[in-house]
Design a protein around this ligand. Structure first.
Ligand SMILES: CC(C)(COP(=O)(O)OP(=O)(O)OC[C@H]1O[C@@H](n2cnc3c(N)ncnc32)[C@H](O)[C@@H]1OP(=O)(O)O)[C@@H](O)C(=O)NCCC(=O)NCCS
Length: 159
């Protein structure tokens, strides 16, 4: 599967888990300042379930779809979709920000959802990514504070 001249999207494999974990954790710590404001307890809360064990388990979960984006040999992004249309992960490596990685991943996730016959995709957005999702057709319908005191916006898109 190819998306653009340099970005290649493919299903994740078990041996992607270590690099995917590093990527997700760096993406949260370094890119999501609008959410955590560099406050250690909030960063910890955002990272708490982003362990290599969990990411390995998510890659292996039957009926869910975990993709990686590569630029050459380098892991540049990850995205995951559940079988009922929830986008649970969408993270870009800081070095590849604003180079089309998340756009390529979300198109792949939405195409997978369409292939599954699903009418919508849903997600819970960080403040950091809200403008990105809005520009891709997602609309927010709620603003909740999560367990760690962080705002999280539920968004959906009709496919
Ligand atoms: C915001 C973010 C999701 C964008 O992803 P990306 O891979 O860096 O960017 P892409 O090149 O794929 O997409 C660019 C789009 O992002 C949006 N965007 C938001 N802020 C932007 C900025 N300062 N500069 C450029 N694009 C920006 C625009 O919609 C842009 O679309 P356009 O090119 O049609 O105008 C990403 O940089 C980010 O911060 N991720 C942090 C992790 C996160 O919060 N993930 C979501 C979990 S719910």
């Amino acid at each position: 599967m190819s998306a653009g001249p340099n970005i290649v999207i493919r299903p994740a494999q078990s041996d992607d888990a270590a690099a995917a974990t590093t990527l997700v954790r760096r993406s949260i710590a370094e890119l999501c300042q609008a959410d955590h404001h560099n406050m250690a307890p909030i960063i910890e809360g955002m990272l708490i379930n982003k362990t290599q064990d969990n990411i390995s388990a998510w890659i292996a979960t039957p009926g869910s779809y975990f993709f990686v984006a590569e630029v050459g040999p380098i892991l540049a992004g990850v995205g995951a979709l559940t079988g009922d249309g929830e986008i649970t992960l969408l993270y870009v490596a800081p070095d590849f920000r604003y180079q089309g990685v998340s756009k390529a991943l979300i198109v792949t996730l939405e195409n997978k959802a369409r292939e599954l016959g699903l009418p919508t995709c849903a997600l819970v957005s960080t403040d950091t990514a809200q403008r990105f999702f809005a520009a891709r057709g997602y609309a927010g319908y709620d603003k909740d504070e999560d367990d760690f005191g962080m705002d999280a916006t539920s968004m959906t898109k009709t496919l």
